[in-house]
Each structure stands twice: as structure tokens, then as C-alpha cells.
Design a protein around this ligand. Structure first.
Ligand code: AMP
Length: 416
């Protein structure tokens, strides 16, 4: 469906055209009419599916420009996501009189107060900073909010924001619409849904296929001692336009940075301990393709849109199923192709088995293939020792490990 087929204000259509948006993405197509009709919504969407626009376009359309009050409130888990969200809304509303603004921690409250005093109609906020404002100031009045958006609701719960979210939702006692977006639906979300959503329309894309489809999932089975060497070889051998290399802790990230420094030119490291201004500057440079390799802790994995990332590398194996989805969702966005490369050691084989099964991921192995049915029995390294050879697979499409060959096998044979 085309945006021009919707009954949108002409200024919004023109802005969307300037942004290069002509056709609605599937999530936008499924949610546009229900959002405009005022219905509560529960949407599970693939990361990179266009969910910011799915909310942003109808919200901007619904704002009454003559009412100088907060009419839509969007809660996001991180400052980076707040900035990204507000930028998208700003672009959509460029030609209409709508005032979007974002508040988040780590930034002067005085500047935020000045902007709030001027009048804000769409407010994007992280829970902590919003509560700061609600408790300690009179700058925010939520009584005119008609639509509340809980974006990345699963992440907010995981980050321990549950009480904050409860508090904010309990402040909205008047009739309003609630839209909940999440990439994954852990059980705790059910309570939120039961408590705060009224007969929500459930929208689920790619049921049973949580991982982004345009991704190829590569895995490298390695011992802890060879991991660094293998990573360096990999980075040198791959055609990478931009890569994010994930580590599980700040300390690991620092160690890796020290190892890669001097070997690769365009390298940065981003983690939660950096000053906000430094984090924003790294994110901006990365987004403008001024950085090729970015080492990151999970702070960089949540919902952020880096359209040009060709590779997401899990140098440290992600700490949960959802973390894999969030991290790898930084590439293969909007149907572009991307490679997720995950290093796996013996300790992670059980978790990997669950990951592949739950998300129906077809792995493409580099080097040897571990025996996932019986992790203790490893296969010998295949072919030249670096890549698993397709020759090892018999005609029935099974490899010696009993894992089924299929499209992944063909992909493998095509790869350089
Ligand atoms: P999101 O899932 O909201 O982070 O969006 C992922 C990317 O898709 C962003 O770069 C958006 O600018 C882009 N995008 C969103 N909607 C559309 C659309 N209808 N047409 C083209 N690009 C879009």
C-alpha cells in the first residue's frame, strides 16, 4: 500500500516523500487504521521493520495543532532511542505545526524545561527522566495525553523499569489510547497488557519467525584462546561496510579495543559508562558512516537504527535469546541484507541449541561444526580448517553431524 492512498494531510505526505517513504512497510500497513481509529494495540514487530514510522505517522496526523499541550507520550528505554524517535517524528512533521521533543537523563534539565515551557505536543521520554519531571517540577502535564506509546516494552522491563512504567501509567487516569510495541513478548508483559490495555488489537509479524529474515546467521565454533586471532582474520577477510562488535561487559570491550587498536583504523568503543555527549557523538559519526568498526556493550543494541551496518559480530556470546535478536537486529534492516556472526565456545553450545530451535535459525558454520545434539562429541575440522566444506555433506543434504542441509548449504557454497 502507498502512503498516497491514505487520507493523510498533504504536508505529511510531502514530508514522507522527502524522507523516501512511498510504500508502507507491513507493520505500518497493519497498524495505521487501528491507531487512527483510537484502538489499543499490541504489536510485535521485527526490529528494523519501520515501527517508529508506524507510530509516528498517525500520531503526527492526529495532533490538534491548536492545542498547545502534550497530546502523545512515547516511553522508550534509552536516550539514544529517544533521540532517534524524536528525529523521525520531527522529519514527518517538518511541514506541519507540530512540536515534538525528547527528554532523557544525562542532559541538562534546565534546557529541557525551557523547551517544555514553550509547548510540546509529542513528548518522547525515558521513564527515569519523566518521573524526575513529574515528581519535582510542574513542567509536565499529562492530562491532555490521548495516546500513550510503550516502545520496546520488553527492553524496559528487562532494564528494571517496571515500577517506573507502572507509576507513569497510573498517572494517566483519563481515557486514552495505549500502543505497546515489543520485539519479543516475555511473560511479564502479560501483566502490563492485562492492567493497562483495553481489548487490544494484536498484530504480529512473521509469526514464529522472530529473527529478521534478511539476515544470514553465521557461527564460528572456537576455543577461548583462538577467538581473538579468528576475529582479526575474519575482520581482515570480510567485506565490511560497517560492523558492530558486541562484548558482554565493559571490561571485555576495553580489552578487545586494546587488542584491535593499531590493527584497524576506523575503530571506536561505545558503552554505558561514557558521557552522554561522547556517546551521542560516536553514534552520530557511526550513523554518518564515519566509523567502520564499533565495539559495543549492549547499550548499542536496543532498537537503534543504523541502516548501513553490514555485520553484527557477537564476539561474546549474547547472554540471552532476546539479546541475540536485539543485537542482530542492527543489521539486515528494512530487507537489506546483513550478516550476523557469532563466536561460540563449548560453554555456549546448550544455549545455542535453544537459540537455533526457538528462532528457527538456519546456521551457516565457518570452520568446524560442533555436535549440538551431543556437545561433548566435536566434529573434526573440515577442509582447509577454516571453513566447513560442502563436500562433507551427503546427497540427502545431511552433514556428518546429522544436521540438515538446505538453503544455508547453498548459501555457503556461494560465499567467497
Ligand atoms: P525502525 O524499525 O522504525 O527503526 O525503521 C527502520 C528503518 O526503516 C529506518 O531507517 C526508517 O527510516 C526506515 N523506514 C521506516 N518506514 C519506511 C518506509 N515506509 N519506507 C522506507 N523506509 C522506511
Amino acid at each position: 500500500m502507498l502512503f498516497s492512498e491514505l487520507n493523510l494531510k498533504p504536508e505529511i505526505l510531502e514530508a514522507l516523500e522527502n524522507m523516501g517513504y512511498t510504500e508502507l512497510t507491513p507493520i505500518q500497513e497493519k497498524t495505521f487504521v487501528p491507531i487512527l481509529s483510537g484502538r489499543d494495540l499490541l504489536a510485535r514487530a521485527e526490529t528494523g521493520s519501520g515501527k517508529t514510522g508506524a507510530c509516528g505517522v498517525p500520531l503526527v496526523h492526529m495532533i490538534d495543532p491548536s492545542v498547545n499541550a502534550i497530546q502523545a507520550l512515547i516511553l522508550v528505554p534509552t536516550r539514544e532511542l529517544a533521540l532517534q524517535y524524536v528525529e523521525e517524528i520531527h522529519n514527518i512533521s517538518r511541514l506541519v505545526k507540530v512540536a515534538p521533543f525528547a527528554i532523557f537523563g544525562g542532559f541538562s534539565m534546565d534546557i529541557q524545561k525551557a523547551k517544555l515551557r514553550d509547548g510540546v505536543q509529542i513528548l518522547v521520554a525515558t521513564p527515569g527522566r519523566l518521573i524526575d519531571f513529574l515528581y519535582n517540577t510542574t513542567y509536565i502535564d499529562l492530562s491532555s495525553v490521548r495516546t500513550l506509546v510503550l516502545d520496546e516494552a520488553d527492553e524496559k522491563l528487562k532494564m528494571g523499569f517496571v515500577e517506573d512504567v507502572d507509576f507513569i501509567l497510573s498517572c494517566l487516569i483519563h481515557e486514552h489510547q495505549t500502543l505497546l510495541f515489543a520485539a519479543t513478548m516475555p511473560e511479564e508483559i502479560d501483566r502490563l497488557i492485562e492492567t493497562y490495555l483495553k481489548d487490544p488489537l494484536r498484530v504480529e509479524l512473521n509469526k514464529g519467525q522472530v529473527a529478521p529474515q534478511s539476515l544470514v546467521h553465521h557461527f564460528q565454533y572456537t576455543g577461548p584462546r583462538e577467538r581473538l586471532k579468528t576475529l582479526i582474520e575474519y575482520l581482515r577477510g570480510e567485506e565490511i561496510s560497517q560492523a558492530i562488535i558486541f562484548c558482554n561487559s565493559r571490561h571485555h570491550g576495553e580489552k578487545l579495543l586494546a587488542e584491535l587498536k593499531g590493527k584497524f583504523d576506523s575503530l571506536e568503543y561505545i558503552h554505558g559508562g561514557l558521557e552522554q555527549s561522547r556517546r551521542t557523538s560516536i553514534f552520530d559519526r557511526f550513523r554518518r558512516k564515519g566509523i567502520t568498526l564499533m565495539i559495543a556493550t549492549d547499550v548499542a543494541s536496543r532498537g537503534l537504527d543504523f541502516s548501513h551496518v553490514s555485520h553484527v559480530i557477537n564476539y561474546d556470546y549474547p547472554s540471552g535469546l532476546e539479546s541475540y535478536i536485539h543485537r542482530t537486529g542492527r543489521t539486515g534492516r528494512m530487507g537489506r541484507s546483513g550478516i550476523a556472526m557469532t563466536f561460540v565456545t563449548d560453554n555456549e553450545l546448550g544455549a545455542l541449541r535453544a537459540l537455533l530451535k526457538t528462532n528457527r535459525i538456519e546456521p551457516v558454520w565457518r570452520g568446524s561444526i560442533p555436535n549440538l545434539r551431543d556437545p561433548l562429541k566435536k566434529l573434526k575440522r573440515g577442509g582447509n580448517g577454516r571453513r566447513y566444506s560442502a563436500r562433507r555433506q551427503n546427497r540427502a543434504g545431511e552433514n556428518r553431524n546429522g544436521m540438515e542441509g538446505g538453503p544455508w548449504q547453498r548459501q555457503w557454497m556461494k560465499s567467497p
